[in-house]
Design a protein around this ligand. Sequence first.
Ligand code: GLU
Length: 419
Amino acid sequence: MTDDSNNHNPYFVAQKQIKACADILELEASAREVLLRPMREFHVNFPVRMDDGTIKVFEGFRVQYNDAKGPTKGGIRFHPDETIDTVRALAAWMTWKCSLLDLPLGGGKGGVVCNPKELSQQELERISRAYIKAIGQFISPTKDIPAPDVYTNPQIMAWMMDEYSSIVGNNQFGVITGKPLPLGGSPGRADATARGGMFTLREAAREIGLDLSKATMAIQGYGNAGCYAAHLAESMFGSKIVAVCDSRGAVGCKDGICVPKLTHHKQTYFFVAGCEGTEDVSDQSLMEMDVDVLVLAALEGVLTEKNADRVKARIIVELANGPTTPEADDILFRKGIHVIPDFLCNAGGVTVSYFEMVQNAYMYYWKEKEVHEKLDAKMTRAYHEVSDTAKRFDINMRQAAYVVAVERVVEAMKLRGWI
Ligand code: GLU
């Protein structure tokens, strides 16, 4: 397992990270064995009628990685390149994420191999419902609770919740999170991933003495997380966004991009390229720009041993899951770049999802301000637990996040008598 393709396989990366953490914690063999593999996974193939009347069979997955600390929790991705190994890795990362934030939840993830950009709304709805029909018996508000992820959104969550409710015969708002507000969604869920990441950025900047009101920022990815990050970095700190890219191209402006204009352009054309007041830049040069903060808000595996050495940012904000390989981590640590690791940095999404579950269970809803305050408290506490652990063991921030998260999962497994 040493060739390049394996090095970049997310599941291989996730396992490598777990092994390194197990070494630091000197874990016994039984704990390692359990932590290295998902506890359960489901592979489904389901037929969907397309708009032209033909039937197409779609492939989907749901992985329940570890439920020692509670029901498994994690998003569903709709992506043409989805693989079981990607979903396994993402489910593992959800396990550490929920544990790190001290949520009473385990980790899971789902995926459907499809390209939403080529599907009509009706086809998207039929795929969403058919996927839930296929995995319906394996999820429930106390077993496994899905949520949005790459290319899925609140409307898709609403269809999925409705389908599940039809299957069980009563309203089950708590089976899925990230729902629209009128259907039991939580205030503050839409921008929770980015907002949580900004709280950790605030703490990191304080620690290294970076004044965010004068900071420049480049953002890789302009979907839900990247777009909200741009708006929040500007409104919360007054930082200047100097470059942004998405899957179709990259744009920049030395004096700062007008963020509302860029978001309007993206909403109109579905890409950032060509936005008025910006010039084209290459995706690669965006990652290597001389900025204070680099936000990674797209997909996994974008910072590797091939480009990590050229990164100039002082802080890396990992809003995406798994954007940095272990080889790149070593390089960034040597260079003294402060990485806020993914399952700490982007945990705001699942934290507000957990708040949504609590509100659904009580049928009593909080104000947005209350959600923001509770989220801030949880993110700030987790940030300092990780940062203190990194200093104590002289390890990088990702290894420190692993140490805190894995220790709690192991403790839960021991108390349950599993290992
Ligand atoms: N998909 C998000 C994540 O990767 C949120 C998961 C959730 O809310 O359950 O953290």
